[in-house]
Design a protein around this ligand. Structure first.
Ligand SMILES: [Zn+2]
Ligand SMILES: [Zn+2]
Ligand SMILES: [Zn+2]
Length: 282
């Protein structure tokens, strides 16, 4: 499984667009992996999660061919995850040479925004479909299940569990501490890759996002239940400038825990391991 991280910042970006704080100034001067845009990943060039306002920048920076994407899963409608208006740029007149529709999935509010942006009668170009918590979709390439997040009570925010070519990926943001219903579902699975919310860094709270300790706790719970082996990959992402931590600072916190720190443009190739004995470490 190839996981391409397009953006790894929280909503404001890091450095933040208008911010003059010392952390943003330092990130600007250091450059490299300290420059973070709004979050999205592409899996095996075909499955994209979220459609942030920095998508055009991602296409130019990483030389993406978004025409290869078959399925787009939206986690929620916060501005750093969905800029629905730009979906129209995939319609005839704006985009040529496409040989399949883009299928877009999200819950109620995400679907409503996408439908409004694309307009009626465009299903053969952009097919928008509602997905509900615990519902599984069989796409052309993968099996994808939506799981409840703990993020914004004003809408149904989703996390995704992707099963593809014998491998699994849990896309765990945006969310605070995972709902127990999500835990109950996850603990029945083998997880090869877990991408987790680390918006709050080493700040001493979680709320609607996670922090470093919460990411470590989730990894340990997955390991202790035998859902993940030591060959599994846990990756922290979605960092806010408010944490005041540059890439190297995050490495210092995570490396000895065996947790990866995502950066913009990072490409992870993970071949997985043989299926584990269920409950081996209970
Ligand atoms: Zn976000
Ligand atoms: Zn700042
Ligand atoms: Zn959010």
């Amino acid at each position: 499984m190839k996981v391409h991280f397009l953006g790894t910042a929280a909503a404001e970006g890091f450095p933040a667009m208008f911010c003059r704080c010392e952390h943003c100034a330092k990130a600007r001067s250091l450059g490299g992996p300290n420059i973070r845009t709004r979050s999205s990943v592409i899996i095996d060039d075909a499955i994209k999660i979220d459609f942030p306002p920095d998508t055009m920048h991602h296409v130019l920076r990483d030389g993406l061919d978004l025409g290869l994407v078959t399925d787009l899963f939206i986690t929620h409608t916060h501005l750093d995850h969905l800029r629905a208006e730009e979906l129209a740029m995939r319609l005839p007149g704006y985009a040529h040479g496409l040989d399949h529709p883009l299928r877009v999935y999200g819950h109620d509010l995400a679907v409503a925004k996408c439908m409004q942006a694309v307009g009626a009668g465009q299903q053969e170009h952009i097919a928008i479909r509602r997905i509900s918590p615990f519902e599984t979709i069989h796409t052309e390439h993968a099996k994808v299940t939506a799981l409840p997040a703990n993020h914004d009570p004003a809408e149904t925010c989703l996390l995704y569990f992707i099963e593809k070519d014998g491998m699994t990926l849990f896309y765990g943001h945006d969310t605070g501490l995972l709902p127990e219903s999500t835990w109950a579902w996850l603990l029945r699975k083998n997880i090869d890759i877990a991408i987790l919310d680390c918006t709050n860094g080493n700040l001493p709270f979680t709320g609607s996002h996670l922090n470093i300790q919460a990411v470590i706790d989730i990894k340990n719970r997955l390991l202790s239940h035998g859902c993940m082996t030591t060959e599994g990959k846990v990756i922290a992402t979605h960092f806010s400038h408010n944490i005041g931590m540059q890439y190297d600072d995050l490495l210092d916190c995570f490396q000895h825990e065996g947790i990866m720190v995502a950066y913009d443009g990072m490409v992870l190739h993970h071949e997985g391991v043989q299926p584990r004995q269920r409950g081996a470490n209970l």
